[in-house]
Design a protein around this ligand. Structure first.
Ligand SMILES: [Zn+2]
Length: 145
């Protein structure tokens, strides 16, 4: 078992963007990442995007009138990595639903943080080979075939 184990868990975050639509721009728009109140994260923008933001705020881009910016939100969900400390002391990240290995000693852990037997012993009770199991659960395990 990984020491100080933290399981993988679903995370939901809300992202906001300030959207400016162009009048007669046939659906063209500019969108800038911002907070819930529409304050754009100006320091994260590349120079050209910053220039475009300033044009939008002035109300005109390339001869098109720009409508007032509207805040839109998006729900983003993902599975956050878990992890813990291996018996060898190395920190291990759990991001697979199947097995993750310690970079320090090679021991493998499942997504509950439990230590797995060496792969050489996998399938001993069922007669399966490691290749059979990798085919069933992890098609990318075979590499470039
Ligand atoms: Zn280890």
């Amino acid at each position: 078992m990984l020491k100080d184990f933290v399981p993988r868990e679903p995370v939901e975050t809300t992202l906001y963007e300030l959207v400016f639509k162009l009048e007669d721009g046939q659906g063209s728009a500019f969108a800038f990442e911002c907070d819930a109140h529409g304050n754009v994260y100006r320091d994260r923008l590349p120079r050209l995007a910053l220039h475009n933001l300033d044009l939008c705020l002035k109300g005109e881009v390339d001869g098109y009138t720009v409508r007032r910016g509207v805040v839109r939100s998006h729900l983003q969900s993902y599975i956050a990595d878990g992890g813990g400390r291996c018996v060898c002391g190395q920190s291990v990240t759990i991001h697979s639903s199947w097995a993750d290995s310690c970079e320090g000693c090679g021991r493998e852990y499942n997504n509950s943080g439990q230590l797995l037997a060496d792969r050489a012993f996998w399938g001993e009770e069922t007669g399966e080979s490691v290749t059979d199991m990798e085919l069933e659960h992890d098609p990318e395990a075979l590499g470039d075939w």
